[in-house]
Design a protein around this ligand. Sequence first.
Ligand code: NAD
Ligand code: TYD
Length: 378
Amino acid sequence: MIDVSFICLELLHYRNRLRAEYSVERSSSEFERQIVVTGGAGFIGSNLLLYLVPRYPHYLFVNVDCLTYAGNLSNLREIENLPNYRFEKVDICDFDNLKRSFERFRIDGIIHLAAESHVDRSITGPAAFIQTNVLGTFHLMEIVRESVSAGRSIRFHHVSTDEVYGSLEEQGYFTEATPYKPNSPYSASKAASDHLVRAYHKTYGIDTVTTNCSNNYGPYQFPEKLIPLMIRNALAGIPLPVYGDGGNIRDWLYVEDHCRAIDLVFHKGESGLTYNIGGHNEIRNIDLVRLVCRILDQLVGGDPKEKLITFVKDRPGHDRRYAIDASFIQEKLGWKPQYRFEDGLRKTVQWYLDNEKWLSDCISGAYLQYYQKMYQNR
Ligand code: NAD
Ligand code: TYD
Protein backbone atom coordinates (compact mmCIF):
# COMPACT_ATOMS: atom_id res chain seq x y z
CA MET A 1 0.00 0.00 0.00
CA ILE A 2 1.23 3.54 -0.77
CA ASP A 3 1.98 5.65 2.29
CA VAL A 4 0.33 8.96 1.33
CA SER A 5 1.62 10.90 4.36
CA PHE A 6 5.20 9.89 3.46
CA ILE A 7 4.76 11.16 -0.10
CA CYS A 8 3.26 14.43 1.17
CA LEU A 9 6.23 14.90 3.50
CA GLU A 10 8.71 14.25 0.68
CA LEU A 11 6.88 16.74 -1.56
CA LEU A 12 6.97 19.31 1.22
CA HIS A 13 10.75 18.84 1.67
CA TYR A 14 11.23 19.12 -2.10
CA ARG A 15 9.19 22.34 -2.23
CA ASN A 16 11.19 23.82 0.66
CA ARG A 17 14.49 22.85 -1.01
CA LEU A 18 13.41 24.54 -4.23
CA ARG A 19 12.35 27.64 -2.34
CA ALA A 20 15.62 27.75 -0.41
CA GLU A 21 17.69 27.38 -3.59
CA TYR A 22 15.60 30.00 -5.33
CA SER A 23 16.03 32.45 -2.43
CA VAL A 24 19.81 31.90 -2.26
CA GLU A 25 19.95 32.87 -5.92
CA ARG A 26 17.87 35.94 -5.28
CA SER A 27 19.83 37.11 -2.25
CA SER A 28 22.78 38.72 -3.97
CA SER A 29 21.14 40.93 -6.52
CA GLU A 30 17.38 41.07 -6.64
CA PHE A 31 16.46 42.56 -3.31
CA GLU A 32 16.23 46.31 -3.06
CA ARG A 33 17.50 46.24 0.54
CA GLN A 34 19.08 43.63 2.83
CA ILE A 35 18.25 44.10 6.47
CA VAL A 36 19.48 42.26 9.54
CA VAL A 37 17.04 41.95 12.44
CA THR A 38 18.89 40.76 15.54
CA GLY A 39 16.88 38.89 18.17
CA GLY A 40 14.20 38.04 15.61
CA ALA A 41 13.20 34.84 17.41
CA GLY A 42 12.27 36.67 20.62
CA PHE A 43 8.98 38.29 21.57
CA ILE A 44 9.21 41.68 19.83
CA GLY A 45 11.63 40.44 17.14
CA SER A 46 9.29 37.71 15.94
CA ASN A 47 6.29 40.05 15.96
CA LEU A 48 8.40 42.53 13.99
CA LEU A 49 9.44 39.97 11.38
CA LEU A 50 5.86 38.69 11.05
CA TYR A 51 4.92 42.33 10.42
CA LEU A 52 7.75 43.35 8.06
CA VAL A 53 8.55 40.29 5.94
CA PRO A 54 5.18 40.10 4.10
CA ARG A 55 4.99 43.91 3.85
CA TYR A 56 8.35 44.33 2.13
CA PRO A 57 8.72 41.45 -0.36
CA HIS A 58 11.40 43.49 -2.15
CA TYR A 59 13.61 43.50 0.98
CA LEU A 60 15.59 40.53 2.26
CA PHE A 61 15.34 40.08 6.05
CA VAL A 62 18.11 38.19 7.83
CA ASN A 63 17.21 37.10 11.35
CA VAL A 64 20.40 36.93 13.45
CA ASP A 65 19.65 35.15 16.72
CA CYS A 66 21.55 32.63 18.86
CA LEU A 67 18.34 31.18 20.37
CA THR A 68 18.72 31.63 24.09
CA TYR A 69 15.90 30.36 26.31
CA ALA A 70 13.89 33.37 25.00
CA GLY A 71 14.35 32.62 21.30
CA ASN A 72 11.66 30.45 19.74
CA LEU A 73 11.85 29.85 16.02
CA SER A 74 8.40 28.29 15.93
CA ASN A 75 7.02 31.84 16.29
CA LEU A 76 8.14 32.43 12.71
CA ARG A 77 6.44 29.47 11.04
CA GLU A 78 4.22 31.75 8.92
CA ILE A 79 7.20 33.38 7.20
CA GLU A 80 10.02 30.84 7.44
CA ASN A 81 9.55 29.65 3.87
CA LEU A 82 9.12 33.04 2.26
CA PRO A 83 11.92 33.84 -0.22
CA ASN A 84 12.77 37.15 1.47
CA TYR A 85 13.46 35.64 4.91
CA ARG A 86 16.65 33.95 6.23
CA PHE A 87 17.75 32.74 9.64
CA GLU A 88 21.36 32.87 10.83
CA LYS A 89 22.04 31.21 14.19
CA VAL A 90 24.75 33.53 15.46
CA ASP A 91 25.71 34.85 18.87
CA ILE A 92 26.35 38.60 18.68
CA CYS A 93 29.00 38.13 21.39
CA ASP A 94 31.04 35.99 18.94
CA PHE A 95 32.64 38.71 16.81
CA ASP A 96 34.32 36.51 14.18
CA ASN A 97 31.23 34.45 13.49
CA LEU A 98 29.05 37.55 13.41
CA LYS A 99 31.36 39.15 10.88
CA ARG A 100 31.37 36.03 8.69
CA SER A 101 27.60 36.01 8.79
CA PHE A 102 27.42 39.65 7.67
CA GLU A 103 29.84 38.93 4.83
CA ARG A 104 27.32 36.55 3.29
CA PHE A 105 24.99 39.48 2.52
CA ARG A 106 25.08 43.11 1.42
CA ILE A 107 23.49 44.50 4.53
CA ASP A 108 22.31 48.12 4.39
CA GLY A 109 20.13 48.17 7.49
CA ILE A 110 20.24 46.66 10.98
CA ILE A 111 17.35 46.63 13.44
CA HIS A 112 18.96 45.54 16.69
CA LEU A 113 16.72 43.83 19.23
CA ALA A 114 18.89 40.94 20.48
CA ALA A 115 19.27 41.33 24.21
CA GLU A 116 18.91 39.71 27.56
CA SER A 117 15.63 41.35 28.51
CA HIS A 118 14.31 40.17 31.88
CA VAL A 119 14.99 42.38 34.92
CA ASP A 120 14.67 39.52 37.45
CA ARG A 121 17.29 37.47 35.58
CA SER A 122 19.59 40.50 35.50
CA ILE A 123 19.42 40.66 39.30
CA THR A 124 20.41 37.01 39.80
CA GLY A 125 22.90 36.87 36.89
CA PRO A 126 24.03 40.23 35.50
CA ALA A 127 27.04 38.91 33.51
CA ALA A 128 25.03 37.72 30.49
CA PHE A 129 23.42 41.16 30.30
CA ILE A 130 26.77 42.92 30.08
CA GLN A 131 27.97 40.41 27.49
CA THR A 132 25.01 40.52 25.13
CA ASN A 133 23.62 43.99 25.67
CA VAL A 134 26.90 45.89 25.89
CA LEU A 135 29.56 43.77 24.17
CA GLY A 136 27.13 42.42 21.55
CA THR A 137 26.02 45.94 20.61
CA PHE A 138 29.67 47.04 20.48
CA HIS A 139 30.43 44.18 18.03
CA LEU A 140 27.59 45.24 15.76
CA MET A 141 28.71 48.87 15.86
CA GLU A 142 32.27 47.82 14.98
CA ILE A 143 31.05 45.80 11.98
CA VAL A 144 29.02 48.79 10.83
CA ARG A 145 32.01 51.10 11.33
CA GLU A 146 34.25 48.84 9.22
CA SER A 147 31.62 48.58 6.46
CA VAL A 148 31.02 52.32 6.42
CA SER A 149 34.74 53.08 6.23
CA ALA A 150 34.88 50.69 3.25
CA GLY A 151 32.32 52.92 1.52
CA ARG A 152 29.08 51.14 2.36
CA SER A 153 26.01 52.85 3.75
CA ILE A 154 24.17 51.21 6.67
CA ARG A 155 21.38 52.47 8.90
CA PHE A 156 21.55 51.12 12.47
CA HIS A 157 18.29 51.13 14.43
CA HIS A 158 18.87 50.46 18.11
CA VAL A 159 15.79 49.16 19.94
CA SER A 160 15.91 50.17 23.58
CA THR A 161 13.72 50.64 26.61
CA ASP A 162 12.22 53.40 28.75
CA GLU A 163 13.84 51.69 31.76
CA VAL A 164 17.10 53.55 31.03
CA TYR A 165 15.46 56.70 32.47
CA GLY A 166 14.95 55.14 35.91
CA SER A 167 11.84 55.61 38.01
CA LEU A 168 9.22 58.38 38.03
CA GLU A 169 7.34 59.80 41.01
CA GLU A 170 3.56 60.12 40.74
CA GLN A 171 3.77 62.99 38.25
CA GLY A 172 5.68 63.58 35.01
CA TYR A 173 6.74 61.64 31.92
CA PHE A 174 9.94 60.45 30.28
CA THR A 175 10.88 62.59 27.29
CA GLU A 176 13.86 62.18 24.95
CA ALA A 177 15.66 64.78 27.13
CA THR A 178 15.18 62.95 30.45
CA PRO A 179 18.60 62.13 32.01
CA TYR A 180 19.52 58.45 32.21
CA LYS A 181 19.23 56.90 35.70
CA PRO A 182 19.07 53.12 35.25
CA ASN A 183 18.38 51.11 38.42
CA SER A 184 18.73 47.44 37.42
CA PRO A 185 21.62 45.60 35.75
CA TYR A 186 19.26 45.15 32.77
CA SER A 187 18.50 48.85 32.40
CA ALA A 188 22.13 49.79 33.08
CA SER A 189 23.29 47.46 30.31
CA LYS A 190 20.71 48.89 27.90
CA ALA A 191 21.74 52.43 28.89
CA ALA A 192 25.38 51.54 28.16
CA SER A 193 24.40 50.25 24.72
CA ASP A 194 22.39 53.42 24.01
CA HIS A 195 25.46 55.49 24.87
CA LEU A 196 27.66 53.41 22.56
CA VAL A 197 25.25 53.92 19.68
CA ARG A 198 25.17 57.66 20.34
CA ALA A 199 28.98 57.78 20.48
CA TYR A 200 29.36 55.93 17.16
CA HIS A 201 27.03 58.45 15.54
CA LYS A 202 28.86 61.46 17.00
CA THR A 203 32.41 60.14 16.55
CA TYR A 204 32.26 58.11 13.34
CA GLY A 205 29.18 59.61 11.70
CA ILE A 206 27.34 56.27 11.66
CA ASP A 207 23.70 56.61 10.59
CA THR A 208 21.85 55.61 13.78
CA VAL A 209 18.38 55.94 15.24
CA THR A 210 17.38 54.82 18.73
CA THR A 211 13.92 54.06 20.06
CA ASN A 212 13.10 53.81 23.77
CA CYS A 213 9.81 52.00 24.26
CA SER A 214 7.61 51.25 27.24
CA ASN A 215 6.45 47.75 28.32
CA ASN A 216 5.11 45.67 25.44
CA TYR A 217 2.44 42.98 25.61
CA GLY A 218 0.97 40.62 23.02
CA PRO A 219 1.46 37.20 21.42
CA TYR A 220 4.70 35.20 21.79
CA GLN A 221 5.91 36.85 25.00
CA PHE A 222 7.90 34.39 27.10
CA PRO A 223 5.89 33.45 30.21
CA GLU A 224 8.40 34.93 32.65
CA LYS A 225 7.06 38.46 31.99
CA LEU A 226 4.07 39.75 33.94
CA ILE A 227 1.11 39.26 31.59
CA PRO A 228 1.83 35.79 30.14
CA LEU A 229 3.04 34.60 33.55
CA MET A 230 -0.27 35.60 35.14
CA ILE A 231 -2.29 33.99 32.32
CA ARG A 232 -0.29 30.79 32.55
CA ASN A 233 -0.51 30.56 36.35
CA ALA A 234 -4.23 31.38 36.39
CA LEU A 235 -4.90 28.62 33.87
CA ALA A 236 -2.81 26.20 35.95
CA GLY A 237 -4.66 27.27 39.14
CA ILE A 238 -1.43 28.28 40.91
CA PRO A 239 -0.64 31.56 42.78
CA LEU A 240 -0.37 34.85 40.89
CA PRO A 241 2.75 36.43 42.45
CA VAL A 242 2.41 40.23 42.69
CA TYR A 243 5.64 41.91 43.80
CA GLY A 244 5.55 44.25 46.82
CA ASP A 245 2.28 46.16 47.25
CA GLY A 246 1.33 45.84 43.55
CA GLY A 247 1.34 49.65 43.25
CA ASN A 248 4.13 49.84 40.63
CA ILE A 249 2.99 51.41 37.41
CA ARG A 250 3.94 50.46 33.86
CA ASP A 251 2.87 52.09 30.58
CA TRP A 252 1.70 49.20 28.35
CA LEU A 253 1.84 49.13 24.57
CA TYR A 254 0.49 46.41 22.26
CA VAL A 255 3.48 44.89 20.46
CA GLU A 256 2.09 45.53 16.96
CA ASP A 257 1.95 49.27 17.72
CA HIS A 258 5.65 49.07 18.66
CA CYS A 259 6.40 47.25 15.38
CA ARG A 260 4.65 50.01 13.39
CA ALA A 261 6.73 52.60 15.23
CA ILE A 262 9.97 50.72 14.50
CA ASP A 263 9.02 50.50 10.81
CA LEU A 264 8.42 54.27 10.71
CA VAL A 265 11.56 55.28 12.60
CA PHE A 266 13.77 52.87 10.64
CA HIS A 267 12.54 54.33 7.34
CA LYS A 268 11.91 57.96 8.24
CA GLY A 269 13.64 58.75 11.52
CA GLU A 270 16.27 61.47 11.51
CA SER A 271 19.82 60.23 11.85
CA GLY A 272 21.29 60.58 15.34
CA LEU A 273 17.93 61.07 17.02
CA THR A 274 16.09 59.20 19.73
CA TYR A 275 12.33 58.57 19.69
CA ASN A 276 10.33 57.61 22.76
CA ILE A 277 7.46 55.17 22.14
CA GLY A 278 4.63 54.57 24.60
CA GLY A 279 0.94 53.89 24.83
CA HIS A 280 -0.28 56.33 27.52
CA ASN A 281 -1.66 53.24 29.20
CA GLU A 282 -0.49 53.59 32.75
CA ILE A 283 -1.84 50.97 35.08
CA ARG A 284 -0.83 49.63 38.52
CA ASN A 285 0.35 46.02 38.44
CA ILE A 286 -2.38 44.90 40.83
CA ASP A 287 -5.10 46.47 38.68
CA LEU A 288 -3.64 44.88 35.56
CA VAL A 289 -3.52 41.44 37.19
CA ARG A 290 -7.16 41.85 38.32
CA LEU A 291 -8.13 42.84 34.78
CA VAL A 292 -6.42 39.74 33.34
CA CYS A 293 -8.30 37.65 35.93
CA ARG A 294 -11.63 39.19 34.95
CA ILE A 295 -11.02 38.59 31.23
CA LEU A 296 -10.06 34.98 31.95
CA ASP A 297 -13.17 34.50 34.11
CA GLN A 298 -15.31 35.69 31.20
CA LEU A 299 -13.51 33.54 28.64
CA VAL A 300 -12.96 30.28 30.53
CA GLY A 301 -15.23 30.46 33.58
CA GLY A 302 -14.48 28.42 36.71
CA ASP A 303 -13.48 29.79 40.13
CA PRO A 304 -12.70 33.55 40.16
CA LYS A 305 -9.01 33.81 39.26
CA GLU A 306 -8.50 36.80 41.60
CA LYS A 307 -8.50 34.36 44.52
CA LEU A 308 -5.07 33.22 43.29
CA ILE A 309 -3.44 36.66 43.72
CA THR A 310 -0.60 36.44 46.24
CA PHE A 311 1.58 39.36 47.31
CA VAL A 312 5.24 38.29 47.41
CA LYS A 313 8.55 39.89 48.41
CA ASP A 314 9.39 42.91 46.27
CA ARG A 315 12.00 42.95 43.49
CA PRO A 316 15.21 44.71 44.69
CA GLY A 317 15.56 48.19 43.13
CA HIS A 318 12.02 47.90 41.77
CA ASP A 319 11.20 51.00 39.69
CA ARG A 320 7.94 52.54 40.90
CA ARG A 321 6.56 54.14 37.78
CA TYR A 322 7.28 54.38 34.05
CA ALA A 323 5.34 56.68 31.71
CA ILE A 324 6.31 57.85 28.25
CA ASP A 325 5.66 61.19 26.60
CA ALA A 326 5.39 60.07 22.97
CA SER A 327 4.57 63.50 21.53
CA PHE A 328 7.88 63.77 19.61
CA ILE A 329 7.32 60.66 17.46
CA GLN A 330 3.68 61.65 17.05
CA GLU A 331 4.54 65.17 15.83
CA LYS A 332 7.54 64.21 13.67
CA LEU A 333 6.40 60.90 12.18
CA GLY A 334 2.65 60.82 12.78
CA TRP A 335 2.79 57.67 14.92
CA LYS A 336 0.23 56.91 17.57
CA PRO A 337 -0.98 53.62 19.03
CA GLN A 338 -3.89 51.99 17.24
CA TYR A 339 -4.91 49.54 19.95
CA ARG A 340 -7.01 50.55 22.95
CA PHE A 341 -5.56 48.84 26.01
CA GLU A 342 -8.70 46.82 26.88
CA ASP A 343 -8.93 45.53 23.28
CA GLY A 344 -5.23 44.68 23.05
CA LEU A 345 -5.32 42.90 26.39
CA ARG A 346 -8.42 40.86 25.50
CA LYS A 347 -6.84 39.90 22.16
CA THR A 348 -3.66 38.88 23.99
CA VAL A 349 -5.46 36.72 26.55
CA GLN A 350 -7.44 35.07 23.75
CA TRP A 351 -4.19 34.40 21.86
CA TYR A 352 -2.69 32.56 24.83
CA LEU A 353 -5.90 30.55 25.20
CA ASP A 354 -5.79 29.62 21.51
CA ASN A 355 -2.10 28.76 21.76
CA GLU A 356 -1.87 26.72 24.94
CA LYS A 357 0.51 24.34 23.16
CA TRP A 358 2.92 27.25 22.55
CA LEU A 359 2.67 28.16 26.22
CA SER A 360 3.21 24.60 27.44
CA ASP A 361 6.16 24.15 25.05
CA CYS A 362 7.77 27.21 26.63
CA ILE A 363 7.27 25.75 30.04
CA SER A 364 10.05 23.25 29.55
CA GLY A 365 12.31 21.82 32.27
CA ALA A 366 14.64 24.80 31.99
CA TYR A 367 11.83 27.25 32.53
CA LEU A 368 10.57 25.36 35.58
CA GLN A 369 14.03 25.31 37.16
CA TYR A 370 14.27 29.03 36.59
CA TYR A 371 10.81 29.50 38.03
CA GLN A 372 11.82 27.58 41.20
CA LYS A 373 14.93 29.72 41.59
CA MET A 374 12.98 32.98 41.25
CA TYR A 375 10.07 32.20 43.50
CA GLN A 376 11.09 29.64 46.13
CA ASN A 377 12.28 32.27 48.63
CA ARG A 378 9.52 34.78 48.07
P1 NAD B 1 13.25 38.59 24.32
O1 NAD B 1 14.02 38.25 25.54
O2 NAD B 1 11.87 38.04 24.14
O3 NAD B 1 14.08 38.18 23.02
C1 NAD B 1 15.45 38.40 22.91
C2 NAD B 1 15.95 37.66 21.67
O4 NAD B 1 17.36 37.94 21.55
C3 NAD B 1 15.81 36.14 21.77
O5 NAD B 1 15.35 35.62 20.55
C4 NAD B 1 17.22 35.67 22.06
O6 NAD B 1 17.48 34.36 21.57
C5 NAD B 1 18.05 36.72 21.33
N1 NAD B 1 19.39 36.86 21.90
C6 NAD B 1 19.71 37.03 23.21
N2 NAD B 1 21.05 37.07 23.36
C7 NAD B 1 21.59 36.96 22.10
C8 NAD B 1 22.91 36.93 21.60
N3 NAD B 1 23.98 37.03 22.42
N4 NAD B 1 23.10 36.80 20.28
C9 NAD B 1 22.02 36.68 19.43
N5 NAD B 1 20.74 36.67 19.87
C10 NAD B 1 20.53 36.81 21.18
O7 NAD B 1 13.23 40.18 24.27
P2 NAD B 1 12.07 41.17 23.79
O8 NAD B 1 11.12 41.38 24.89
O9 NAD B 1 11.59 40.70 22.48
O10 NAD B 1 12.91 42.52 23.61
C11 NAD B 1 13.58 42.79 22.39
C12 NAD B 1 14.31 44.11 22.51
O11 NAD B 1 13.39 45.15 22.82
C13 NAD B 1 15.37 44.13 23.63
O12 NAD B 1 16.47 44.83 23.18
C14 NAD B 1 14.66 44.88 24.76
O13 NAD B 1 15.60 45.55 25.57
C15 NAD B 1 13.79 45.84 23.99
N6 NAD B 1 12.54 46.24 24.67
C16 NAD B 1 11.69 45.31 25.18
C17 NAD B 1 10.50 45.72 25.77
C18 NAD B 1 9.50 44.73 26.32
O14 NAD B 1 8.52 45.13 26.95
N7 NAD B 1 9.67 43.44 26.09
C19 NAD B 1 10.20 47.08 25.87
C20 NAD B 1 11.11 48.01 25.34
C21 NAD B 1 12.28 47.57 24.73
P1 TYD C 1 8.06 42.59 33.81
O1 TYD C 1 7.05 41.98 32.90
O2 TYD C 1 9.17 41.73 34.33
O3 TYD C 1 8.64 43.88 33.07
P2 TYD C 1 9.61 45.06 33.63
O4 TYD C 1 10.19 44.65 34.92
O5 TYD C 1 10.64 45.14 32.55
O6 TYD C 1 8.74 46.28 33.71
O7 TYD C 1 7.30 43.19 35.06
C1 TYD C 1 6.29 44.16 34.92
C2 TYD C 1 5.89 44.60 36.30
O8 TYD C 1 5.26 43.50 36.96
C3 TYD C 1 7.05 45.01 37.17
O9 TYD C 1 6.65 46.09 38.00
C4 TYD C 1 7.31 43.79 38.04
C5 TYD C 1 5.94 43.17 38.18
N1 TYD C 1 5.89 41.69 38.31
C6 TYD C 1 5.16 41.10 39.35
O10 TYD C 1 4.55 41.79 40.19
N2 TYD C 1 5.12 39.74 39.42
C7 TYD C 1 5.77 38.94 38.52
O11 TYD C 1 5.73 37.69 38.65
C8 TYD C 1 6.52 39.56 37.45
C9 TYD C 1 7.25 38.74 36.45
C10 TYD C 1 6.54 40.95 37.39
